[in-house]
Design a protein. Structure first.
Length: 460
């Protein structure tokens, strides 16, 4: 992530008139109408272009309200207040956000638009990740600040296609590299047919690619994009994550954004976060220690103070917590430092580029929920004038700092009782995602793993 300066990301989105022209010229015949579900996945419908213009553009598309109340395998599960057999599994409305309309260069004849989710009476579905983030943006802007976000996603690429990986039960897959290729130009050149397709596809869709590079685990890669205002950054994140998988599949490969695919290095999602005022002027640099303003001190202090209670939104799955290994570049200590990768919060940049980098999240996080949590934490620090704790200058892994929760069960319990979360998000939202954690825990607790069979089949 390069140094940040104020301003919006210049995106090559389509206007409605440009879409009409492309449809009239036969260049676009399909419009993908997309929402993001509770797990950060793009879901939705493919609409005929004419139907989109005549029906969906003005009125939205409808979809079952179970889309925010299923498990990862799309099973309906009991216990959600918003969606059940008791209320008949009715519809929600996917209302297009015209600022997100763009072509999908790797899908012939296709455009895509991202949507907010409403009830049939036009009221927002507050459990929707995009609405949760919108609410925190509104709270922050009421204080006079605007959030800017950049997410850095890592993934692992395999030579096997998705169907082959499924048939192999994801065992014995061939990673696209055989050794640590962190910053290697030689090894990553062999992967360019796929990685270049992802980079150029995203550029044509309006994202601005900063760089791609190899990482430590076998087959591990990172592609980074220029930061944007928080909502646009998260829209870009889910568009990229979905598109990268689609492009890899077109090349006969597969990629995973699991936080921890194997016992080697995990895949992170570092989140760079800064504030400006509503006119775009940076508010974090100042004349205090380390070049901080009082707002910067509150900003960092709030993130540290809320991190344990809001950790679920950065690590929402059982697998998420397997990343937290000391000395692995994944953090364990709730500490901050200047350009210190052993800390949960790494402060980088200077002047207009001053920002925090939250290193807690893995590649499996939902960006809207993660960004909402960071903004809520910053608001907590600013509203309560929290004082910044001393800097960690050495190895945070060996410090006496408080620790990030080490299991989903711990994070779930912290979220359920969090006054910070309930004040920021409201009871309905917190209870919805506490229940989502319960569903994940129940599924895991009932599963018998190959690890158990290998240990116990004969020897126990």
């Amino acid at each position: 992530m390069t140094s940040q300066t104020p301003g919006k990301l210049a995106q090559a989105h389509l206007s409605v008139e440009e879409l009409r022209e492309k449809i009239g010229a036969g260049e676009i015949d399909t419009v993908v109408v997309a929402i993001t579900d509770a797990m950060g996945r793009m879901q939705g419908k493919r609409c005929g272009a004419r139907s989109f213009l005549e029906d969906v553009l003005g009125h939205g598309a409808e979809g079952c309200n179970y889309l925010l109340a299923v498990d990862v395998e799309m099973n309906t599960v009991a216990g959600y207040s918003m969606s059940s057999w008791a209320n008949g599994y009715g519809d929600m409305v996917m209302r297009p956000d015209l600022s997100t309309l763009r072509t999908v260069p790797w899908l012939e004849g296709s455009a895509l638009i991202q949507c907010d989710i409403l009830w049939l009476d036009g009221s927002p579905v507050i459990q929707s990740p995009r609405q949760i983030l919108r609410a925190q943006i509104d709270r922050l802007e009421a204080l006079g600040y605007r959030a800017h976000i950049g997410t850095e996603l890592e993934f692992i690429m395999f030579e096997d296609g998705y169907e082959d990986a499924w048939d192999k039960k994801y065992e014995g897959l061939t990673p696209s590299t055989r050794y640590n290729i962190d910053y290697s130009l030689l090894a990553t050149a062999r992967l360019e047919p796929v990685i270049r397709s992802i980079r150029t596809g995203m550029e044509k869709a309006g994202l601005i690619v900063e760089s791609s590079k190899g990482e430590c685990n076998f087959g591990q890669q990172e592609i980074t994009f220029r930061y944007a205002e928080a909502l646009a950054a998260c829209d870009n994140h889910v568009f990229y994550k979905n598109g990268a998988k689609e492009i890899a599949a077109q090349h006969g490969k597969s990629i995973t954004f699991m936080a921890k695919y194997n016992e080697r290095e995990g895949s992170s999602c570092h989140i760079h976060f800064s504030l400006t005022d509503l006119e775009g002027k940076p508010v974090l640099p100042g004349d205090g220690d380390h070049g901080f303003s009082p707002v910067m001190e509150n900003f960092v202090a709030g993130q540290l103070a809320a991190l344990k209670e809001l950790s679920y939104f950065l690590a929402p799955n059982i697998n998420s917590y397997k990343r937290y290994v000391e000395g692995s570049f994944a953090p364990t200590a709730i500490a901050w430092g200047l350009d210190n990768r052993s800390c949960a919060l790494r402060v980088v940049g200077h002047g207009a580029g001053l920002r925090s980098e939250n290193r807690v999240g893995g590649g499996d996080l939902n960006p809207y929920l993660a960004a909402a949590a960071l903004i809520a934490a910053a608001i907590h620090g600013i509203e309560n004038n929290l004082q910044l704790e001393p800097i960690t200058a050495g190895n945070a892994y060996q410090s006496d700092a408080d620790r990030i929760p080490s299991t989903l069960r711990d994070s779930r319990a912290l979220l359920a009782t969090s006054e910070i979360a309930r004040k920021a998000f409201g009871d309905e939202v917190v209870d919805h995602y506490v229940h989502a954690a319960d569903i994940e825990l129940k599924a895991y607790d009932s599963a018998v793993t190959d690890w158990e069979r290998k240990r116990g089949f004969e020897r126990l």
